[in-house]
Design a binder for this molecule. Sequence first.
Ligand SMILES: [Zn+2]
Ligand SMILES: [Zn+2]
Length: 198
Amino acid sequence: MDRNAPASRLVLDAKNVGRRPGSMHEMDLQADAPADFGTDVLFVPEGQTLDLKVRMESVHEGVLVTGTVSATAVGACVRCLDEIDHPVVNHFQELFLWPDRAKHHREVDAEADEQDEHKIEDDKIDLETVLRDAVLPSLPFQPVCREDCPGLCSECGARLEDDPDHHHELIDPRWAALEALAPLAASSGELDNEEKRN
Ligand SMILES: [Zn+2]
Ligand SMILES: [Zn+2]
């Protein structure tokens, strides 16, 4: 492998189908994950492989791109802080408009918003935004290594999985609070009454 090869970008060549409505092109490809592909807690590291299955279909207004992206996101379990691998498999579909059709598209579809449009530029179809929109919302905000991860001891941070019988000889905090009050209570008449009843 050529180490000096530029990182493969998430770009398709619209010429694969061209402006021939009905023509179709299917392919598998691999691309490098761009920077910041994920959330703060779970992300596909930059340069990691994204596996793409893509179908391009030429339609009147542009190229309809349908596909699946697969990758492995990494992060840390929110309970035990262990590293986790999170499989990413997401479906996507987007219509990329020929630049000269984009205006027409807006005229015939009042709902169409220029902001949301994806255009074919110089015969290139850039998938990055589409893939982000497909993958990021699917990532869990609170990833766990497994559903029943016992997490860490709240007292000392020990991993409860390694030491399931782990516990501390601690006074129940409610009793600890009462003990702190006891000297005050002892000087009041109320406690004297209590003690007489006992
Ligand atoms: Zn965990
Ligand atoms: Zn502990």
